[in-house]
Design a protein around this ligand. Structure first.
Ligand SMILES: Cc1cc2nc3c(=O)[nH]c(=O)nc-3n(C[C@H](O)[C@H](O)[C@H](O)COP(=O)(O)OP(=O)(O)OC[C@H]3O[C@@H](n4cnc5c(N)ncnc54)[C@H](O)[C@@H]3O)c2cc1C
Length: 429
């Protein structure tokens, strides 16, 4: 089944094509044709081009600098950008335009919208996500970071971990406990916190891909303005879940487009190595093709809901489960196609191991990095087990897991580790 687009939507496609023809060099061959050291600077300039054209936050209202596009127009734009091999967002945008911005649109005050949204679009504010803690991951509401009011400011103490892109961020959205006497889901507040201050320390952690994408973030009497609460004080759990809906389901309508492109590169790799005729490899490629089609159908379902004005809810977990498990299977297949080549892969690495890289050439090194990065897909934004719990309890209405956390919830906020208590040196970047 292929969706047909309305004449208005197809007219928008022509607008996007004209935009790309105007803004990309005449001999544009995709990011992958560019030398690795040129790409970062090119991407920085490309982001500025998108920001100037109002294309960084596609669905946001125009009054805040967004493009005011419908979800359908966003799909068309993503299709055309993917075909041209250019990204629709870079670096910390995932957390800014993908998560905290849409959450501020739902829960923020008018002052917060007017102040924060244009700064996310311009790139002046670059965001990261301060949710997980060493003792609160799947059980996120068990977090121990404390925030206490001191006059017109919140004073924050505690530790976050696995904070992706924290070193390139200058703002962090933080879940902090503001009422330790309340049951654990009830005493949490969602705070917007500037990172450029002495009370915030970021320490990188190196992943098995060789990158150091994520970090520990320590708050030692860090401060933020009293007004930087999204939603109500002590009602942050609801706001946190709105954001998780955007994190898990926000890209549902367009993700299959990049996955289709990636699968084509893997099929090419099989052909080049004479493996495309191997019946077992063919069977797995066919299964991958089917999986991408399923993701496309899930995308169409999300699109239908989004066009009806619905926000991603607990059903976003279906999509999160489907893409993260598919991506592990297909990247394992890529490594099997490479065979011994995967042990010492040649060529350029993927620019980022998380997600699908627009600059990827399908080189052995890029396929292996993506394989390693895909391991994390079933962990971040909630593990597969957690997604199944959500689906069971909140979508299918199955009995809830037994809980023993209805009383007051207080944990001592963690502080920066000393040399004696730090993780083994090898675990750090
Ligand atoms: C690449 C990457 C990037 C990340 N980026 C960020 C970020 O930017 N910001 C941020 O805040 N966090 C981030 N995270 C953290 C991520 O959200 C957590 O790792 C995740 O929520 C799991 O928590 P945990 O690691 O503490 O594992 P745990 O919660 O300790 O889980 C351990 C195991 O137990 C299982 N388990 C736990 N509870 C249950 C249950 N009730 N039922 C069944 N099984 C259960 C889990 O599925 C898992 O297999 C990132 C993680 C990764 C891998």
């Amino acid at each position: 089944m292929n969706p047909t687009y309305s004449p208005e939507a197809e007219a928008y496609r022509q607008t996007v094509r004209r935009f790309l023809a105007n803004k990309l060099p005449a001999d544009w061959k995709g990011l992958s044709a560019m030398a690795p050291d040129e790409r970062q600077e090119w991407l920085r300039q490309w982001r500025q081009v998108l920001a100037d054209a109002g294309l960084i936050a596609l669905s946001w209202p125009k009054e805040y600098g967004g493009a005011g596009l419908s979800q359908l127009e966003q799909v068309i734009l993503a299709e055309e950008f993917t075909n041209a091999g250019v990204p629709t967002a870079v670096a910390n945008d995932n957390f800014g335009t993908g998560m905290v911005g849409p959450t501020i649109i739902v829960w923020g005050t008018e002052e917060q919208k007017s102040y924060f949204l244009p700064r996310i679009i311009s790139g002046e504010h670059r965001w990261c996500q301060g949710y997980s803690e060493p003792e609160a991951g799947s059980d996120l509401a068990g977090l121990g970071t404390r925030a206490v009011l001191d006059g017109d400011e919140w004073v924050i103490n505690g530790q976050k971990i696995w904070t992706s892109a924290a070193r390139t961020a200058n703002w962090i959205f933080v879940l902090a406990r503001t009422d330790p006497d309340a049951p654990k889901h009830k005493g949490i507040t969602f705070l917007l916190v500037p990172m450029d201050q002495p009370g915030v320390e970021v320490r990188p952690i190196r992943e098995m891909t060789g990158e150091a994408l994520f970090n520990e973030v320590f708050f030692s009497d860090a401060r933020t303005a009293r007004a930087n609460v999204v939603g109500e004080v002590n009602q942050g759990w609801t706001v946190a879940n709105t954001l998780l809906g955007f994190e898990r389901g926000g890209r549902a309508t367009i993700m299959h487009i990049a996955y289709r492109r990636e699968l084509e590169r893997i099929i090419d790799a099989a052909r080049q190595r004479g493996k495309a005729a191997d019946p077992l490899i063919r069977q797995r490629l066919a299964a991958a093709h089917t999986d991408v089609e399923i993701l496309r159908y899930l995308g169409m379902r999300s699109l239908t809901r989004a066009l009806a004005g619905e926000r991603p809810g607990p059903e976003a977990s279906v999509f999160k489960l489907a893409w993260s498990q598919y991506h592990q299977r297909v990247t394992e297949l890529a490594v099997d196609i490479l065979g011994m080549e995967a042990a010492a892969p040649s060529g350029e690495r993927a620019m980022s191991s998380i997600g699908v890289d627009q600059s990827d050439t399908g080189s052995p090194a890029a396929l292996v990095t993506t394989f390693l990065g895909a391991r994390a897909g079933t962990i971040y934004a909630g593990t597969s087990q957690v997604q199944r719990n959500i689906l069971g309890e909140r979508v299918l209405g199955l009995p809830r897991e037994p809980r023993s956390d209805d009383g007051p919830w207080s944990r001592t906020p963690r502080q920066p580790a000393t040399e004696a208590t730090a993780a083994p040196a090898g675990a750090r970047a």
